[in-house]
Design a protein around this ligand. Structure first.
Ligand code: NI
Length: 159
């Protein structure tokens, strides 16, 4: 298990556009393994490669509430969106903050899996929100620019 450092807002790499993955090399496999470890350790719901400093179009979504079930998406493209949802969003690159963002309520996303086979998935709610948020990272965009109203401090959960 290898953890990678999560870049935070202010790091210029987060504003850069990521490049498509053309082949699964040993380096890419290692990156994906490390991203999964880093996401699980951080207890997040999504992570893009740029957040660990690599400008490749790879995102990981892990939105299952009960157990970790990371989905690796290589070169993801959102093909369809519908509906609308409002909700508080956060980002591992913007620690301690949250803000209201309107997102589609349903997305259809196409991507390659780790064997470079094409996959189509669709989903709504948190899945749709997370796919949109992570795909924005690949364009160098952070959710903070989409927040309606104020970016707020996350309230500490009481034990
Ligand atoms: Ni994020």
């Amino acid at each position: 298990m290898a953890l990678r450092e999560i870049r935070t807002m202010g790091d210029p790499i987060l504003e850069k556009k990521s490049k498509p993955v053309t082949a699964i090399t040993e380096r890419i496999r290692e990156l994906i393994d490390d991203m999964v470890d880093t996401l699980v350790e951080a207890d997040g719901v999504g992570l893009a490669a740029v957040q660990v400093g690599v400008l490749k179009r790879i995102i990981i979504i892990d939105v299952d509430e009960d157990e970790s079930n990371p989905i690796v998406m290589i070169n993801p493209v959102i093909k369809e969106t519908s509906g609308e949802q409002d909700g508080y969003e956060g980002c591992l690159s913007v620690p301690g903050k949250t803000g209201m963002v309107t997102r589609p309520d349903h997305v259809v996303v196409e991507f390659m899996n780790e064997d470079m086979e094409p996959v189509t998935m669709e989903g709504d709610g948190i899945f749709a929100r997370c796919v949109c948020h992570e795909c924005d990272h690949l364009e160098g965009e952070l959710y903070v620019d989409k927040v309606e109203g104020e970016l707020r401090d996350v309230e500490k959960e009481e034990d």
